[in-house]
Design a protein around this ligand. Structure first.
Ligand SMILES: Nc1ncnc2c1ncn2[C@@H]1O[C@H](COP(=O)(O)OP(=O)(O)OP(=O)(O)O)[C@@H](O)[C@H]1O
Ligand SMILES: [Mg+2]
Length: 454
């Protein structure tokens, strides 16, 4: 069989296992025109998720079996009574100072009451599951070189990795995931779950006999987002600041773009880098609190039940709220609604927006000063991640800019999507989701040669 090395020698696949959803993108060759060379992979179509390009980052143990993705979510929703929680974030593991220690911790009993799996096991199994989703999704894309599934792999990371030895750890994990994917194959995506004994057996064998995970590199998430912004914009600026509002974290970073280098280089303005927990999950909590206040509680048990039910659909409630300006939630015979005014006048919401605005202003002050010294006008503030859709965000950023650098009026703020006139090159089919897939897109296309390090 032909090898990816012959047919697509420069191809690579980048995965972004975000707190809320995983995404994956194939870059056939960074020198190709973007619309032909960069191909988001429809892993959600394979896993049965709500959107073809996202698959929920979820793992759940139920009745002695391990479930992934949408089927894990459904099981968790069915088990509301049992105070179980399906959500599992790899972000803390990926971003940990001491990665080895983070990998060795057991996953929460609310996700795995059997206490069988450590974070490392969960990551290996989840990557094996993603590998199966990707393999299947590639066959649905058509028009791809044979063997492209064997392209090198990248993953996006909330911290810089290069040179600090951590990629050895992740290389081993990718290699074990490749062996688990080979051993368990379609069982991983079949939807009936896999027995814990089978998982344990596959993990032990993979440890003794790892496969070839083809890991090329980790890519710093804001670096990936900035690379996407510059690749897709029709008017590049010398300085770019990225605000990536995901579910678990808001990551801010800024870069100086040097087009004279080949490949063009992105040098980070390191003093501007920040990572904050003021992100989508926090907004979910604010919305739930508002609903809880409106609803009122009968007793503690009633409250606990409401919270468990609401948390599992919090993201949908939030999206509806921001799209419609109101949302209604039903649990049992109770109905509660909130409107825009409830949100805007709530003290906790005000405190959240204030804190987020201050965080943005801190980075902005540094970036604006650098842009001023470089005579880089205007400069772009690019909104990435699912939170880029939050309607209050552009205003919040402009207010932060007024506060941090009143003289730096020449900024352009907007989402990394065709909704922003700077990105008319993006396929309109991806318009709604582009800010969210932008990190995996950039991670797949960015040239790592000359990449800055942390
Ligand atoms: N239209 C929307 N309006 C408001 N929030 C949205 C919208 N679409 C997605 N989100 C929110 O964006 C978040 C998911 O974004 P994203 O996929 O960028 O996060 P992630 O990569 O999984 O998380 P992280 O980067 O923190 O690990 C969720 O909190 C989701 O509810
Ligand atoms: Mg993310």
């Amino acid at each position: 069989m032909a090898d990816a090395g012959e047919l697509a020698p420069r191809a690579r696949i980048c995965i972004d296992f975000g707190t809320a959803v995983s995404k994956a993108c194939l870059c056939l060759d960074p020198a190709m025109p973007l619309e032909a060379g960069v191909r988001p992979i429809p892993i959600g179509a394979v896993s049965g998720a709500d959107h073809t390009l996202f698959s929920p980052s979820v793992l759940f143990v139920d009745s002695g079996r391990l479930h992934f993705g949408p089927s894990a979510l459904r099981r968790a929703q069915g088990g509301i009574e049992g105070s179980r929680d399906p959500l599992l974030s790899f972000k803390t593991v990926l971003g940990a100072q001491d990665v080895e220690a983070a990998l060795a911790t057991r996953i929460r009993p609310s996700a795995d009451p059997t206490g069988t799996f450590r974070q490392r096991d969960a990551l290996v199994l989840y990557l094996a599951y993603l590998d199966q989703l990707i393999t299947d999704a590639l066959t649905r894309m058509g028009d791809l070189p044979i063997g492209v599934g064997r392209a090198r792999r990248r993953y996006t990371s909330p911290v810089w990795r290069a040179g600090d030895g951590r990629d050895r750890v992740f290389e081993t994990i990718f290699n074990e995931a490749a062996a688990v994917s080979l051993k368990l194959g379609r069982l991983l995506v079949a939807g009936e779950g896999i027995s814990i004994a089978q998982c344990r057996d596959a993990l032990d064998r993979a440890r003794a006999n790892p496969g070839n995970g083809r890991l090329e590199t980790g890519v710093f998430e804001p670096h990936a987002a900035a690379a996407t912004a510059l690749a897709y914009t029709n008017e590049p600026t010398r300085v770019v600041m990225v605000i990536d509002i995901g579910a678990g974290t808001t990551d801010i970073a800024a870069f100086e773009f040097d087009e004279r280098a080949n490949p063009p280089a992105l040098a980070e303005i390191k003093e501007a880098r920040q990572c904050s927990a003021l992100a989508g999950d926090e907004i979910d909590r604010l919305i739930i609190n508002l609903l809880a206040k409106k609803r009122g509680m009968i007793d503690k048990e009633d409250q606990a039940r409401f919270l468990r039910t609401a948390r599992l659909v919090a993201r949908e409630l939030k999206q509806e709220f921001f799209a419609q300006g109101r949302v209604t939630f039903k649990d049992g015979w109770r109905t509660s609604s909130i409107r825009a005014n409830d949100f805007n006048e709530d003290q906790q919401v005000k405190a959240f927006l204030n804190a987020l605005g201050n965080t943005i202003a801190r980075s902005l002050a540094i970036v604006a000063e650098r842009a001023r010294r470089l005579h880089a006008r205007p400069f772009d503030i690019v909104l990435a991640g699912g939170g880029a859709n939050l309607p209050f965000l552009p205003h919040l950023v402009r207010a932060a800019a007024q506060h941090a650098a009143p003289w730096a009026v020449d900024i352009r703020v907007g989402p990394l999507s065709p909704a922003n006139s700077l990105y008319s090159g993006v396929d309109p089919y991806f318009a709604d989701v582009f800010p969210q897939i932008a990190i995996s897109v950039g991670g797949s296309l960015v040239e790592m040669i000359g990449a800055p390090t942390g």
